[in-house]
Design a protein around this ligand. Sequence first.
Ligand SMILES: Cc1cc2nc3c(=O)[nH]c(=O)nc-3n(C[C@H](O)[C@H](O)[C@H](O)COP(=O)(O)OP(=O)(O)OC[C@H]3O[C@@H](n4cnc5c(N)ncnc54)[C@H](O)[C@@H]3O)c2cc1C
Length: 436
Amino acid sequence: MGTREHEIYDIVGIGFGPSNLSLAIALEEHEANTSERPVRAAFFERQPRFGWHRNMLLPQATMQISFLKDLATFRNPLSRFSFVSYLHESNRLAQFVNNQDFFPTRQEFHQYLEWAEAGVRDRVTYNSEVTEVRLVEAADGVEQHLVIVVKDTVSGAAREVKARNITVSTGLVPRMPDGMERDERVWHSSEFLAKYGQMNPEDLKNVAVVGAGQSAAEITKYLHDMLPQAQVSAILPSYGYSVADDTPFANQVFDADAVDHYYFGTEKTRDAFWRYHKNTNYSVVDDDVIRELFRRSYEEEVAGEQRLHFLNLTRVKEVKRSGSDTRVVLHSLLDGESEQEMDVDALVFATGYSTLDATSLLGDLDKFCQRDEEGRHRVERDYRVVTSGELSCGIYLQGGTEHTHGLTSSLLSNIAVRSGEIVDSIVERRGAGEKV
Ligand SMILES: Cc1cc2nc3c(=O)[nH]c(=O)nc-3n(C[C@H](O)[C@H](O)[C@H](O)COP(=O)(O)OP(=O)(O)OC[C@H]3O[C@@H](n4cnc5c(N)ncnc54)[C@H](O)[C@@H]3O)c2cc1C
């Protein structure tokens, strides 16, 4: 995409995962339905091409939301960017329906995302990492605006783009336990397929996966499938995997209405959401994956050939590396004392992600951003960071708003509706001279 250096964009999107892809679609559909001046937008993504958690696109791993919670349908059921429209264009609609499954594989959903991305590709520049955002104060003949510094990840060259608003949609950040370092034998789940692909499977005779969430369970299952001669150990901090609550009443926490209930609720309301419904998404595993792992383990026990091991109430205390040798020191929480050592050829930490924190990207701009008593950004209902009066430019967050907008903040469930709300906000503020 050829961005124009002198133009002041209405919005610049940082990151081009599903959130900003959905926003680009909402902008496209806004444009198609209005005679107003189009919202001028540009998006920057550091990856060389579109990709959604590519290193976790394990065969048979399924989506954890209905296919109807796609990039557009909940905002605009007539959208040409819907999952149904994609199926129709791929000549697979009838077969998809015959398959009678609400939850497509992540590989199929990825194909859908790529198909949708192709429809808005003219708005995005890849190999482009945003490294800094600065404020330019209003001066004679120049309105207040933001300067976004974009580094070309191939050439290293930096350039600047101007905007009235930004949307920070940079996603989750992989989290390793304190003191654990990644290397060619010690991986985080976010790099799993790339790292696994660099190994000779015959060299992987002992592998271990740390964690008790969905990614941990999926990787354990995958390694057990792919390495039929290997010992596969799952190191669980819990007594066993806990099931993800996907039942209808609980699932309502992901509805668009729930954002209002959460946002306008009291502290007690918000606390209730987390206390009662955290198990819809966090550190939990789909029922079928849990049952499949248990079934395999039981069959091996019956056959007297156990190679799938579950080390429950166990934590990794230390990882000792020497050449290609990796020794893991395990600490049992059963008695709080005993330790054992295990040699592994690969160790995968499926230990989750930290939520998006825009602070470092915002740099000096952060001083205009208001924070709550716990130091978190205060955020308007339209996902705009609450800023002090001197700043009329908008900083929108897609992600990192769990404390204000609830459980869907870093998920796909509500992105279609959220992106529509952000477009409405930008258009409305532009009409009001950006002073809202
Ligand atoms: C394995 C896995 C499976 C998941 N499955 C589901 C699911 O089934 N349902 C669900 O609701 N949620 C799921 N999630 C949650 C996940 O957060 C969302 O699916 C989704 O990725 C959120 O989209 P996003 O665009 O906000 O963030 P991301 O998809 O993380 O995209 C952010 C993008 O920003 C780019 N970026 C970061 N920093 C910069 C920068 N400085 N400059 C330029 N680009 C930058 C990144 O390269 C990335 O492409 C899953 C998460 C994982 C890890």
